[in-house]
Design a binder for this molecule. Sequence first.
Ligand code: 6GU
Length: 220
Amino acid sequence: MKISILTLFPKMFENFLSESIIKRAIEKGLVQFEIIDIRTFSKLNNNQVDDTPYGGGAGMVMMVEPVVDAINSVKTSESKVFLMSPSGKTFKQSMAFSFSKEKHLILICGHYEGIDERIKYYIDGEVSIGDYVLTGGELAAMVVSDAVTRLVEGVIKKASYEEESFTNNLLDYPTYTKPPIYDNHAVPEVLLSGHHENIRIWRVEEQIKKTREQRPDLLE
Ligand code: 6GU
C-alpha cells in the first residue's frame, strides 16, 4: 500500500519514517510513503499558500488551489483522500483496519485556521484523532499512518493485533516478564502455572475488569 502525505512541513516526517516498525515495513516494500510539500504548488511569488479569512477573524486560512493541485499530482483511480482536521470523524481501530485494505491513501495536513471549506469537493472524508486541537495535521497523519501500517499484511504478526486493545471492544490483558518478583510485587500465579486454558480464562476476565475500570464506554 502507498500513503501520500501532503504537508507544509515535510521535515516533520523524517524521523517518523526512519525508525522501528515503520522503517522495516518500508524496507520490506510492504508500505510506500510519499511526502509532498504543498508549498511547491503555490503559484504566488513568495510561495504563499495561505491568506486571511473572508468575513474576518483570527489567523490565516490555507488556500484551496495549491492543496487541490498537490492532490492531483499524486491521485489515481485507486486513491482515497482524507483531510486531517479536528472537525473530522474520530479515528478508531476499526477505521485503521479498513484503511489498511486500501491501495493508496492521501492524507492532507491542515494548518493555521484550517483549509478553505471548498476542499470538501475534492476529498473522501475528514479524520480527527481525538477531541483536542493540535497546531497542525502532521502529528495526526503520523498517528493514522502508524496505526494503519502495522495492520498491513506482513508488517507484524497477526496474533499481535488479533487480541489487542479495541480489536474486540476490550482493552488488552496485562502482561508480565522476568523477574517473577520485583520489589515484593509478584507475577500472578496463574501465568507461571503452564495451564493454558486457565491462562486464557484469566486473561479474558482481566480484559473485562480493565475495560470496566478504564473505559466503561467501550462495554455499552
Ligand atoms: Cl487531524 N488536526 C488538528 N489540527 N488537530 C487535531 C486533529 C487533527 N485531530 C485532533 N486534533
